[in-house]
Design a protein around this ligand. Structure first.
Ligand code: MN
Length: 737
């Protein structure tokens, strides 16, 4: 007969066996943590009747499955000892070092965080968002710079959800609701899809038992039929892929996530049979080029469904998910959803932020994806309900999002979390609007400091207030940096707006006069015309807005300068050229291309490399869709080894009259007026811009343009001219292949 000690040691063995290749000292660490936690929890039982310690081993196994590092697995074993036994953080520090002690302490504190109650009048949805935000905010404060705390907490929650059946009914509901509101979205934001899905399914099972059961049952009944079907198309696709020399490929039929099926059914109001991802395939290949090649093969083999193709590789989702998604009608007319990605993308998608630790050793220094994910979480905290104006939003993103945080404390020891560069005024408004409005001075670490002092990490701040009075106009002056957070600036503007309008008009007039004088245009423009530039019909309203701080000095000067530039640009350019043509030129119909040796075939220009006259080109004979013309250096062509499908093509006469859509990418250090200057250059060359997409990250602007170009020479000229624009780092033709 086995004793309980035998059972445990077998558990230890299987835990150790499940670890990635840990070094001997790491295995020792985990063994020691195992024994310590087992001893600490001895005699304790879970609701299921099992020894409590089995929970700790399960949490550690989840972390090991996620391929987390040894410290995380050890902390997973020990995560409940501080809470549930007499082992203190100090004892842990002595036995296991400060990192593991800190991890366990963080997880313990996270458990005790109060979660805001549902505020009256809120809808379910907004209160869930508020709860999540509040939790994320506190989580970021608690975890410090070690996100592993959160991953251990998630593993803990996952195991508790897996064993929720032993809890009393009312407890099941509240735990499941909390998981749905906070932990599943958290896993999603951290990019850990595997965990997100499982948490959602487990919660859904308790929150909507009937729906869960009926979907599960329906899926189960058709499982055999579905599996046979999927195997059939899988075989077919494997054969086609191997013809294109994609042999190292894994095709999986994706696991069924009941909650995601349910969401789709309710969102799109569809019956179960019409949900595509019930018949879903995932194709894993080695390289990016193979992804697109495989996509082409899928689209050739079966008819793609319009509107269902998503390129999350070129445009990753907010949580950095990358994959190609498409849906096709198969030979029998059934819809199949197909996801195509590389192994690396796959690991990223399944493990999210946790993938950081498995790559850490190979890469030196910064893991950019990891940093981006943390940055994203930090950014979330700034998106409060006060952001409703689009331009304010952009300002906020510019001034706050890409900066770090500084934590300071009140005399009571409450932590106030602000962006770096925040001042005592920001601090005061963060505590309470009234404290902000009446703020007259600040003591930082016991010493009186100016109100535009930049708070440092850990500063203790005491706000000195007056009995009456309000904020000063100067606090909004962006050159003086009195208040940098959106919250403080909104509150200051709000207070000022409520003050006497006449006073604002007088103050506004002074500010406007001063700004126009500074620009040297006081005589050239009328106040009314400047008001119009800011979309104010009445001058007094405009002046009052300036006086109230709604329109700032820099905003006025920027608008006026922009208008001046526009006027001078207008005299040399044809503005019509900047508007997209009503019917864009066809990217895939190439009338003027003549084909050597294969006359009469339907000809398409490849979208991946968008060739145009002057380019070296080659034709690819597709299945049933004529010839696709690629650029000679297109990676899709290079990756294709079906040389028998390649044919020589050349540009025929008359191509000059035709215009071609060419994707162009411009990277620049962002500045005022950049886009306008680039547009003007393109317009001057009589080239139409079919689309523009601008994204800015950390002051680097990336412009993606679709230009209607008639020749290679014209494109080269435009790229050279854009290169000369100040701040432009690079202007190039984009190769989407
Ligand atoms: Mn636990």
């Amino acid at each position: 007969m086995l004793t309980s000690a035998d059972l445990y040691s077998r558990d230890l063995d299987s835990l150790l066996n499940s670890l990635p290749d840990f070094k001997p000292h790491e295995v020792d660490l985990i063994t020691a943590a195992y024994q310590r936690a087992e001893q600490a929890h001895s005699g304790q039982r879970r609701k299921s009747g099992e020894p409590y310690f089995t929970h700790c081993v399960a949490v550690a196994s989840i972390l090991a499955d996620m391929k987390m590092d040894a410290e995380s697995v050890a902390a997973g074993l020990l995560h409940d000892v501080v809470e549930d036994s007499d082992v203190s953080v100090e004892i842990l520090r002595g036995e296991f070092g400060s990192t593991i002690a800190k991890l366990v302490d963080g997880v313990t504190k996270l458990k005790n965080l109060p979660i805001k109650n549902v505020a009256a009048g809120n809808t379910r949805r907004t209160s869930a968002i508020n709860r999540e935000m509040e939790y994320i905010r506190k989580m970021l404060l608690t975890m410090g710079d070690d996100v592993r705390v959160v991953l251990i907490k998630l593993a803990d929650r996952l195991h508790n959800m897996r064993t929720l059946g032993y809890m009393p009914r009312h407890k099941q509901q509240s735990v499941a609701q909390e998981t749905m509101d906070i932990f599943a979205p958290l896993a999603n934001r951290l990019g850990i899809w595997q965990m997100k899905w499982e948490l959602e399914d487990l919660s859904f099972r308790y929150l909507n038992q009937d729906a869960y059961r009926s979907i599960a049952k329906a899926l189960d009944e058709r499982r055999d039929e579905r599996e046979r079907y999927v195997n059939r198309i899988k075989e077919r696709l494997t054969k086609e892929l191997s013809k294109a020399k994609i042999t190292k490929v894994t095709i999986t039929t994706r696991p069924k996530h009941i909650y995601s099926i349910y969401s789709k059914m309710t969102k799109k109001d569809l019956p179960l049979e019409q949900i595509y991802d019930i018949r879903g395939m995932r194709v894993l290949v080695d390289s990016l080029a193979e992804c697109y090649l495989a996509l082409g093969i899928v689209h050739n083999l079966w008819r793609p469904i319009p509107g269902e193709f998503d390129d999350y590789v070129a445009n990753p989702k907010d949580n950095f998910y990358r994959s190609l998604h498409t849906a096709v009608h198969d030979d029998e007319g059934k819809t199949v959803e197909v996801q195509i990605r590389t192994w690396e993308m796959h690991e990223d998608a399944e493990y999210g932020i946790a993938a950081h630790w498995r790559y850490k050793e190979g890469k030196n220094g910064h893991d950019q994806a990891f940093e981006q994910r943390l940055e994203y979480l930090r950014r979330l905290m700034e998106f409060g309900p006060e952001l409703n104006d689009a331009s304010q939003f952009v300002d906020t993103v510019k001034s706050e999002v890409f900066q770090d945080r500084v934590y300071s404390v009140t005399p009571n020891g409450d932590i106030i979390d602000l962006p770096v560069g925040a001042t005592p005024i920001d601090f005061a408004y963060h505590i309470h609007t009234d404290v902000g409005n009446r703020c007259r001075g600040a003591k930082v670490n016991g010493r009186l400091m100016p109100l535009n002092y930049k708070l440092q990490m850990g500063d203790q701040v005491e706000i000195l207030t007056a009995k009456r009075g309000g904020p000063s106009m100067d606090w909004l002056n962006t050159d003086l940096d009195y208040a940098i957070t959106n919250r403080a600036r909104t509150k200051i503007r709000h207070w000022l707006r409520k003050q006497n309008r006449d006073k604002h008009i007088i103050m506004g007039r002074e500010v406007l006069e001063r700004e126009l004088k500074r620009l040297g245009v006081l005589e050239k423009v009328t106040f009314e015309s400047v008001a119009k530039l800011h979309n104010f019909d009445k001058l007094d309203d405009f002046l009052a807005a300036i006086g109230a701080g709604d329109v700032t000095g820099p905003q006025i000067t920027n608008r006026v300068l922009e208008e001046e530039r526009r006027k001078s640009a207008e005299s040399v350019s044809d503005d019509d050229l900047l508007k997209p043509r009503s019917r864009p030129v066809g990217a895939n119909v190439a009338k003027g291309v003549s084909i050597m040796g294969a006359g009469g075939l339907l000809v398409n220009l490849a979208r991946c490399c968008a060739p145009m006259p002057g380019d070296d080109i080659i034709g690819y004979i597709t299945r049933g869709r004529g010839v696709t013309v690629h650029r000679g250096e297109c990676p899709n062509i290079a990756a294709s080894r079906e040389t028998e499908r390649l044919i020589d093509v050349s540009w025929g006469p008359g191509d000059e009259a035709q215009r071609y859509l060419v994707p162009v990418e411009v990277v620049a250090y962002d500045r005022e007026g950049l886009l306008r200057e680039i547009s003007t250059i393109i317009a001057d060359q009589r080239v139409n811009i079919a689309s523009i997409d601008v994204s800015t990250r950390q002051h680097i602007a990336t412009l993606n343009l679709q230009l209607e170009i008639s020749s290679n020479q014209q494109l080269t000229r435009i790229l050279n001219l854009i290169d000369l624009v100040p701040n432009v780092v690079e202007a190039r033709r984009r190769n989407t292949g």
